[in-house]
Design a protein around this ligand. Structure first.
Ligand SMILES: O=C(O)c1ccccc1NCC(=O)[C@H](O)[C@H](O)COP(=O)(O)O
Length: 256
C-alpha cells in the first residue's frame, strides 16, 4: 500500500484490496455498446432529467441488503424514466455480481454501466456492459492504458474523479464521460460542493455526471444547475418504491 492509500477509509482500503485479488474474464469481450451520450440527449429532448439509476443491493454506508430480483428493480427504474442503469458487480462489499449485470442488460434496452472497482485489463473481460467505470484514484498511472483497453473492447468509459487534479489526469487521458463523485474516500462523507467545485473545469464537450449523495429533488436541481448532464443515484432510489423514486428524479425539473 502506498502512503496515499493510508488516507483512504478502512472500508475503501478493503474494497481496493479485494479488487486487486479478483480475477478477470476467461476470454476477451467485444461489446456492441448502446450510446450513453445519445441516451442523455434523448432524455433531454423528452423533458426528463437524465438519471442513471443504480441497482445497489448494499454498500459500506447502507444498512441491510435489498434482496429483490435485480431485473425487477431494473424494469421499475426504466419504468420511472431512467436514461441508463448502473449495476454493481462488486460482490464483497456491495452484494453485486456479474450475473446480475448480464441479466439486467438482457432485460432492458437502455445503456448499462458496470459499477465495479476495475484495476486490471483482464477484469474488463468479466462481463459485457455498455459502460465501464474507471476510478482515477484507484487506477493511478494506469488510467490511459486501461481507458484504451476498454475502448478497444467496445466499452464506453466513465472516468470518476473527486478533485481537480484527478480531473486533469482524466482529461489528459482522453476521458469524454466524466463523473464527479461527491463521496470522499477518506471519511465516506458526501458533500455536493465537491461537484460544484470541480464541474466548472470539465470540458464542455464531455458528458458530465454528478455521482453520490443526490437524495432529494432539491439536490437533483442543484446538481443540474451546477452543470450535470446526468445524475447517478443509488441509495435514494433503492430505498422504498423504486419506480416512484426514479420518477421523482427524472421529473425533478418539471414537478412543483
Ligand atoms: O456507496 C458507498 O457506501 C460507497 C462506499 C465506498 C466507496 C464507494 C461507495 N459507493 C460507490 C458509488 O459511487 C455509489 O454507489 C453511487 O455513486 C451512488 O451513490 P448514492 O446515490 O449516494 O447511493
Amino acid at each position: 500500500m502506498d502512503a496515499s492509500e493510508d488516507e483512504l477509509a478502512p472500508e475503501v482500503r478493503s474494497i481496493l484490496a479485494a479488487a486487486r485479488d479478483r480475477s478477470g474474464g476467461k476470454s476477451r469481450v467485444s461489446v456492441d455498446a448502446r450510446s450513453f451520450p445519445d441516451a442523455v440527449d434523448a432524455a433531454e429532448a423528452d423533458g426528463r432529467v437524465p438519471v442513471v439509476a443504480e441497482v445497489k443491493p448494499t454498500s459500506p454506508t447502507t444498512e441491510g441488503t435489498r434482496g429483490d430480483d435485480p431485473v425487477e428493480l431494473a424494469r421499475k427504474m426504466v419504468g420511472g424514466g431512467a436514461t441508463a442503469l448502473s449495476v454493481l458487480t462488486e460482490p464483497d462489499h456491495f452484494g453485486g455480481s456479474t450475473e446480475n449485470l448480464r441479466r439486467v442488460r438482457e432485460a432492458v434496452d437502455v445503456p448499462v454501466l458496470r459499477k465495479d472497482f476495475v484495476v486490471s485489463e483482464a477484469q474488463l473481460d468479466a462481463v459485457e456492459a455498455d459502460l465501464v467505470l474507471l476510478i482515477a484514484r484507484f487506477v493511478g498511472d494506469d488510467l490511459p492504458d486501461l481507458l484504451s483497453a476498454a475502448r478497444e473492447r467496445g466499452f464506453q468509459v466513465l472516468v470518476e474523479v473527486h478533485d481537480r487534479a484527478e480531473l486533469d489526469r482524466a482529461v489528459e487521458a482522453g476521458a469524454d464521460i466524466i463523473g464527479v463523485n461527491n463521496r470522499d474516500l477518506a471519511k465516506l462523507e458526501v458533500d455536493l460542493e465537491t461537484f460544484e467545485r470541480v464541474a466548472p473545469h470539465v470540458p464542455d464537450d464531455a458528458t458530465l455526471l454528478a455521482e453520490s449523495g443526490v437524495s432529494s429533488v432539491e439536490d437533483a436541481r442543484r446538481m443540474r444547475a451546477a452543470g450535470a448532464d446526468a445524475l447517478l443515484v443509488g441509495t435514494a432510489i433503492m430505498d422504498g418504491d423504486v419506480r416512484a423514486n426514479t420518477e421523482r428524479f427524472t421529473t425533478a425539473e418539471t414537478s412543483e
